[in-house]
Unconditional design. Structure first.
Length: 149
């Protein structure tokens, strides 16, 4: 019996693969449990359409991430921090604060977990932080920290 797998099945194959299995295994286990559908021309058409839709979703998400990366190039976030006598900062600017500032001022919603440079900004001056916006699409945001007076 030929089936198209809807999910990964250990020892049989990966999702969207067309595999041949024993009739009883396919009819009594794979199909009833939603792990596979019986192979037919109609099911192949549906599979091809789903693959095309998924590819289109990836393409659109990549384009959107590239647009956000372009927006980030021109943005410099300004922060003020209290400093000691030797111009060392008390505390730091966290990725959460940067995320909130991007959302409030520029309406750019980026999850703090997407920051590649996970360290908080803990010195005065300019710092560039890299962000993975989507698979293979990276943006850079510039953070400027000045002394609070």
């Amino acid at each position: 019996m030929k089936v198209i797998l809807l999910k990964d099945v250990k020892g049989i194959g990966k999702k969207d693969q067309i595999v041949t299995v024993k009739d009883g295994y396919g009819a009594n286990y794979l199909v009833p449990n939603g792990l596979a559908v019986v192979y037919s021309t109609k099911s192949v058409e549906i599979l091809d359409k789903q693959k095309a839709d998924a590819a289109e979703q990836v393409r659109l998400a990549t384009i959107k991430a590239q647009e956000v990366a372009k927006k980030l190039e021109g943005i410099t976030l300004e922060f003020e921090a209290a400093c000691g006598a030797d111009s060392r900062m008390f505390g730091s600017i966290s990725t959460k604060q940067i995320e909130q500032e991007l959302k409030a001022k520029y309406s750019i919603d980026i999850d703090k977990r997407k920051f590649i440079d996970k360290t908080a900004v803990d010195r005065l001056g300019y710092t560039k932080l890299r962000i993975e916006l989507y698979k293979g699409v990276f943006g850079v945001v510039t953070v400027h920290v000045s002394e609070k007076r």
